[in-house]
Ligand binder design. Structure first.
Ligand code: AMP
Ligand code: MG
Length: 311
């Protein structure tokens, strides 16, 4: 997934588990990368995207679970979050190869009309709902789960730790986090939210979390500057262009990191106002950092404010 993982755990009185790295890397992460990465050419998703067959392919339970989350957040956001956005991500140079120019209006229009949209992916389930398939509605459709895969992988690693009896831990993959229990000093884990200010990098806020996930999406994390203009890697599928509003970073708390991850990207697309309203409507705990002139201002939902106050 082009990132790193980081696990801390407290196992008072027990010997360190010598198999832990194997459990995390081979048993949890490798299968997710094999299933879901769009960076890995041999992954199931890369092969699905590269082909133009409309035939259904069988889904693993991980693939099905993550696709369900992506398609549900797509429906909830009216398509602001959209797992079929990959051709636009690639056209803007944020895919496997870098682009030298922004795409033409005609190309954007063609992609929006023909290949982008949640209706371009169809999940079908057996009558017993125990097996599921995915098919394309049009040959050029594709599926990008990058906006939710890191969070999903965090959940998988957390589950694997619990299966070997670890109940005090912090799992982090590329900035998406899940914590349970307490840290080595016996208090809840403290998680930092990065400042998006390139001129003054550091920690903007610290939150103490108990049995929660936090995911962050930001315009400062992956962007390109061309002719003095900044292009974000997050594309608004309603315009076909990188987002341009003033939301610099959004952090979302949720029980499950996959949902936190999807919602963080979704709110990043919706922007500071519509994104805040969305968080409010869905009862999400959300923290935003918004560009304000040369500086930044913070904006948070009452639920998030309560958590900061308890710190
Ligand atoms: P994240 O870092 O979780 O916010 O995910 C960002 C990644 O999600 C990008 O690098 C793209 O691969 C993908 N992406 C970009 N725009 C969207 C969108 N509107 N909906 C879903 N995924 C997106
Ligand atoms: Mg995300």
């Amino acid at each position: 997934m082009g990132t790193q993982w980081h696990v801390r755990y407290v196992n008072v009185g027990a010997a360190a588990n010598p198999n832990l790295k194997f459990i995390i890397e081979e048993r949890s992460l490798q299968s997710i990368v094999y299933d879901l990465s769009t960076y890995e050419p041999a992954s199931m998703l890369s092969r699905f995207n590269a082909g133009d067959s409309l035939a259904p392919v069988a889904l693993t339970s991980d693939q099905h679970a993550i696709l369900q989350i992506a398609l549900e957040v797509c429906a909830q956001t009216g398509g602001a979050f959209d797992p079929t956005v990959l051709p636009l991500v690639e056209a803007w140079g944020f895919g496997a190869t870098e682009a030298t120019h922004p795409p033409s209006d005609d190309l954007i229009r063609g992609l929006l009309d023909g290949v982008v949209g949640c209706d371009k992916l169809v999940i079908e389930s057996s009558s017993s709902a125990t097996s599921h398939t995915l098919r394309k509605a049009v040959p050029a459709a594709s599926c990008d789960l990058s906006a939710v895969a890191k969070g999903y992988a965090v959940d998988r690693v957390a589950r694997a730790l619990e299966q070997v009896g670890i109940t005090n831990y912090m799992v982090e993959i590329g900035g998406e986090v899940h914590v349970r229990g307490v840290n080595a000093t016996g208090v809840p884990w403290r998680i930092g939210i990065q400042s998006p200010d390139a001129g003054n990098p550091g920690i903007q806020r610290v939150v103490s979390l108990v049995d929660r996930s936090m995911a962050t999406s930001g315009d400062y994390r992956n962007f390109r500057v061309e002719d003095g203009k900044r292009y974000s890697h997050i594309i608004d599928p309603r315009t076909g262009r990188p987002i341009t509003h003033g939301l610099a970073s959004v952090s979302v708390l949720h029980k499950e990191c996959a949902w936190a991850d999807a919602y963080a990207t979704a709110i990043m697309v919706l922007g500071p106002e519509a994104g805040f309203d969305f968080a409010d409507e869905h009862g999400l705990e959300v923290f935003m950092i918004v560009h304000d002139g040369d500086g930044f201002v913070e904006k948070m939902t009452p639920g998030f404010e309560m958590i900061l106050l308890k710190n």
